[in-house]
Design a protein around this ligand. Structure first.
Ligand code: NAP
Length: 292
């Protein structure tokens, strides 16, 4: 298996970049798609492939050029699909169709834990259910990774939530299940290496559970300075302006998703906790190092 080629779509994104890293560490030859001719993927030891993963002909070219028979696929509702459900579904189906045409031997699609249990307002997750079904019926050998909320949301300047020294913010203060995008990649490595055991199966990626005060304690421990925690926006505004995410958080706040860190740790035993993730992430949004 060492040196086997994997093509990672959307490789410069949060999930893509850390998945490339984890697959490299696991010994795969990793190719990563980006639209840019000037990406820093090579610094990770990843072979950049200029490709727009939303475009079928571009995908066909990338699969053909690399000769990869393993494909890691992720779609993006808010970014590449511009918050349009039909567009994200089309992107996901494109990747499945391209995988089928290229006779991919194992495709991993990144969905969301308990995707089918969110209500109809959570459009960016309901799309994943439709793509999962399309993949299941495609004939392409597959597995599905179903992550919960990313720790990376705690430092996301693009979503107006940069991580600052002494403070941590999120859209809920209640108990929530989190995962590191790096653990999505580590789970992908386990699955690609044990194809027979994982064919046709989903895996929930859930590394840790805690409320925002526990997240703040974790940052305080790693950073060595007191940390306050608060809502990134009042619930009233969350309900008013972020209907999709608000409904997603209602599911989280009611205790979902059903999976547990203990279950995931049977596959990735050292899955990152909040404390581990702050160490792994290593810096605040302004580039300053977390801790001494
Ligand atoms: N945030 C969470 O807690 C969470 C939890 C579970 C699942 N998810 C799912 O994760 C997915 C997002 O993944 P991510 O956070 O890794 O994404 P991301 O970091 O936002 O990925 C951005 C990448 O998408 C590419 N891109 C942006 N606009 C594009 C366009 N118009 N056409 C083609 N490519 C474009 C860019 O690559 P280039 O510029 O290099 O081409 C960019 O690096 C979503 O589907 C979300 O539902 C998120």
């Amino acid at each position: 298996m060492s040196g086997e080629k994997v093509l990672v779509l959307n490789a410069t994104g949060k999930v893509g970049r850390n998945t490339c890293r984890a697959l490299k560490e696991a010994g795969f030859e990793v190719f990563g798609t980006t639209r840019s001719t000037n990406s820093d993927l090579a610094k990770l030891g990843v072979k950049p492939v200029v490709c727009d993963y939303t475009d079928r002909s571009s995908l066909d070219r990338a699969l053909n050029e690399t000769g990869a028979k393993r494909l890691f696929s992720i779609t993006d509702y808010f970014g590449a699909a511009k918050s349009n459900a039909a567009t994200e579904i089309a992107h996901g189906k494109n990747a499945v169709d391209a995988a089928k045409a290229a006779k991919i031997e194992h495709m991993i699609f990144v969905s969301v834990s308990d995707a089918e249990l969110f209500n109809e307002h959570v459009r960016h997750i309901r799309t994943k259910v439709i793509i999962e079904d399309y993949l299941r019926n495609s004939g392409v050998p597959f597995s599905i990774l179903r992550p919960t909320a990313f720790f990376e949301n705690l430092d996301d300047a693009k979503s107006w939530n940069p991580l600052k020294k002494g403070a941590v913010k999120f859209l809920t203060t209640k108990k929530c299940k989190y995962c590191a995008t790096y653990d999505i990649g580590r789970a992908a490595a386990v699955i690609f290496k044990n194809q027979e055991a994982w064919l046709g199966r989903p895996l929930d990626v859930i590394g840790w559970e805690g409320d925002l005060s526990q997240v703040a304690q974790a940052l305080q421990k790693v950073g060595g300075v007191p940390v306050k925690h608060s809502l990134a926006m009042p619930i009233f505004f969350r309900r008013l302006f972020l209907k999709d995410l608000h409904n997603m958080f209602l599911y989280f706040e009611a205790g979902g998703p059903k999976g547990t860190p203990e279950e995931f740790k049977r596959v990735v035993p050292d899955a990152l906790s909040a404390e581990d993730w702050f160490r792994f992430h290593g810096h605040y949004a302004n580039g300053d190092k977390i801790g001494s």
